[in-house]
Design a protein around this ligand. Structure first.
Ligand SMILES: N[C@@H](CCC(=O)N[C@@H](CS)C(=O)NCC(=O)O)C(=O)O
Length: 216
C-alpha cells in the first residue's frame, strides 16, 4: 500500500520527557510527512485513561491511520516506511538496511542502564550527574555504533547510514541525553551529535519541550 497523501495522527507524551514519542515524531517531520499531533501529558491523574482511548497497551506513541492503530515506536516507524516506500526510510541496499535494523533493534531493546541513569529531560541542564557502570557501558556502545557508522558512511551523507533513516530517529533521544547530562564526546560521535541537534525537526521539538509547563 503506497501512499502519496496521508491522514496520520500521532499520539505522543510530554515532549520534554517522552523519548519514545520523539522517535516516530522526528521521523515524520524529517521526511515531511504531514500528521496531526495529539499530546497527552503523562503522569497526570487522567493520563492513563486518555492514552487508553488510543491503545490498549496504555503507552505512547500511538499512530492512527484511519482504521489502523499502531503502537510500539519501532513498529510505527516500520509501518510508515511501508506506506511511504518512495521516501526510503531505511537504507536502500540490503546490507546497510540489515545493519540499520540491527542498531535500531539494539536501541529499541536495550540501553537500560543509560535510560535509567540519564532519563530524557530535554530542557534541563543536569551536567555533572554521576554515571555508573551500566550507563558507562551503554554510552560506550552508543559511541561505538555512531563512530563505526559515521566512518563507514561518511561519503554518503552526515547521518548514521548516510541519508537520514529510522536508525537516526531511534538514536535521537540519546543525542538529547548526552546534551542534558553534559556527556563529553569527541571526533565523529561529537560531530554527529551536533549535526543532529541542528536539524530543524530536532530544534522544533526542543523549543516545544522547553515551553511545556507540565512536569513530573
Ligand atoms: N516500547 C514502547 C515504550 C513506550 C513507553 O514506555 N512510553 C512511555 C512514555 S516515553 C509511556 O507511555 N509511559 C506511560 C506509562 O507507562 O504509563 C515503545 O517503543 O513505544
Amino acid at each position: 500500500m503506497m501512499k502519496t497523501m496521508s491522514d496520520l495522527t500521532l499520539v505522543i507524551g510530554n515532549k520534554n520527557y517522552s523519548s519514545w514519542s520523539l522517535r516516530p515524531w522526528v521521523l515524520l517531520r524529517y521526511f515531511e510527512i504531514p500528521f496531526k499531533e495529539i499530546l497527552i501529558p503523562l503522569r497526570q491523574a487522567d493520563s492513563r485513561e486518555k492514552v487508553l482511548q488510543y491503545s490498549r497497551l496504555g503507552k505512547v506513541p500511538v499512530l492512527l491511520d484511519g482504521k489502523i492503530t499502531v503502537w510500539e515506536s519501532l513498529a510505527i516507524c516500520e509501518y510508515v516506511a511501508e506506506i511511504f516506500p518512495q521516501k526510503a526510510l531505511w537504507p536502500k541496499d540490503s546490507a546497510s538496511r540489515a545493519r540499520a535494523r540491527v542498531v535500531s533493534g539494539e536501541m529499541y531493546s536495550g540501553f537500560l542502564g543509560l535510560r535509567k541513569q540519564f532519563p530524557q529531560n530535554i530542557s534541563a541542564d543536569l551536567s555533572g550527574k554521576p554515571s555508573n557502570e551500566d550507563a558507562d557501558r551503554d554510552i560506550q556502545r552508543v559511541v561505538e555504533i555512531w563512530e563505526d557508522c559515521r566512518r563507514d558512511f561518511q561519503n554518503e551523507g552526515p547521518f548514521l547510514f548516510g541519508a537520514f533513516s529510522i536508525a537516526d530517529a531511534m538514536y535521537a533521544p540519546v543525542v538529547y541525553r548526552f546534551k542534558t547530562y553534559g556527556i563529553q564526546l569527541t571526533g565523529l560521535a561529537s560531530e554527529y551529535k551536533e549535526m543532529m541537534l541542528s536539524l530543524p525537526a530536532m530544534k522544533e521539538w526542543h523549543v516545544a519541550a522547553a515551553k511545556e509547563e507540565f512536569s513530573w
